[in-house]
Design a protein around this ligand. Structure first.
Ligand SMILES: [Zn+2]
Length: 287
């Protein structure tokens, strides 16, 4: 069943002539596999097949409809540490008070899966939704951020730069697996933080996207369907390339690509400052 189902996917995607004769022979198996086999798809199935399956079941919003929907605030954190005065760092105390205030103010964290279903299929979201994300695989994401999020019932998305596995100050592979098990989303942030506008040759995509995604999926035991652009930098051509691999990709505060809004979801960077200031920025940047 599984083998037939795979052929079915290839046929519908490529429509290649050489499969036509075999498709007639396999027809009765294919009907069965379309109706029942899809439920049994393993995690390792390609996303292309998953998207094909979705498009059969539900009608997707057009690009214009996606762009017209109210944006959900997405916050991006990098380092959480004391004694650094830069725009990419907040102190643990500030982080804690920002999360507490978001919780006290009735905000609900949602995961990228929920954001995708909202944007593409108009699924409903909880009141005051927001997405909390972390870039660069720092060890404090597992040791400081995740426990605080969990204390308030929040879950986040952690974008891993995979060259950092088990390096000093970065997460161990076990910690990444534990985040996934605790209900957080694990996404990718390239192999070595090279910006996506530099991926030109197939070998670049293999090195920065395909190979590291396979490894990350084997670590987490889940599909890796989300990406954050290194440095927040992208162009139309590069996000077209990423759309083959990821359901959503996240940038920083730059305008969305008008043809590829799902691959250029905007985020704001949280900075050292009052929780109310963060909430004001969320309203200002996404309303
Ligand atoms: Zn980064």
């Amino acid at each position: 069943m599984k083998k037939n189902n795979k052929k079915d996917g290839r046929l519908r995607v490529s429509g290649h002539n050489k499969f036509i004769i075999s498709s007639i022979i396999l027809c009765s198996f294919l009907v069965l596999s379309c109706n029942s086999g899809n439920q049994k798809q393993s995690n390792s199935k390609s996303q292309t097949n998953a998207v094909v399956k979705d498009s059969v079941a539900l009608e997707k919003n057009s690009t214009e409809q996606i762009l017209a929907k109210p944006q959900v605030p997405v916050i991006c954190f990098h380092r959480i540490a004391n004694g650094r005065n830069d725009e990419y760092t907040v102190s643990p105390a500030t982080f804690t008070s920002q999360i507490k205030t978001l919780s006290d103010s009735g905000f609900h964290s949602i995961l990228p899966d929920q954001l995708y279903d909202y944007l593409v299929y108009n699924k409903t979201l909880p009141d005051k939704p927001f997405v909390i994300t972390f870039d660069d695989s720092r060890v404090e994401h597992a040791e400081i951020a995740a426990p605080i999020l969990e204390q308030y019932g929040f879950r986040g998305a952690f974008f891993i730069m995979t060259i950092t596995y088990n390096k000093k100050n970065y997460m161990k592979t076990e910690q990444i697996a534990q985040l996934a098990q605790a209900g957080h989303t694990i996404g990718m942030h390239s192999w070595d933080h090279t910006m996506i506008t530099k991926y030109k040759e197939p070998a670049d995509w293999e090195k920065q996207v395909i190979e590291p995604r396979k490894k990350l999926e084997s670590i987490t035991g889940t599909n890796v369907s989300y990406w954050a652009h290194p440095y927040g930098i992208f162009n139309h051509e590069s996000v077209m390339g990423l759309s083959q691999y990821f359901k959503l990709s996240f940038s920083l505060s730059t305008k969305r690509d008008s043809l590829m809004p799902l691959q250029t979801v905007r985020r704001i960077i949280a900075t050292e400052g009052s929780p109310q200031g963060l909430i004001r920025s969320m309203r200002k940047s996404f309303d």
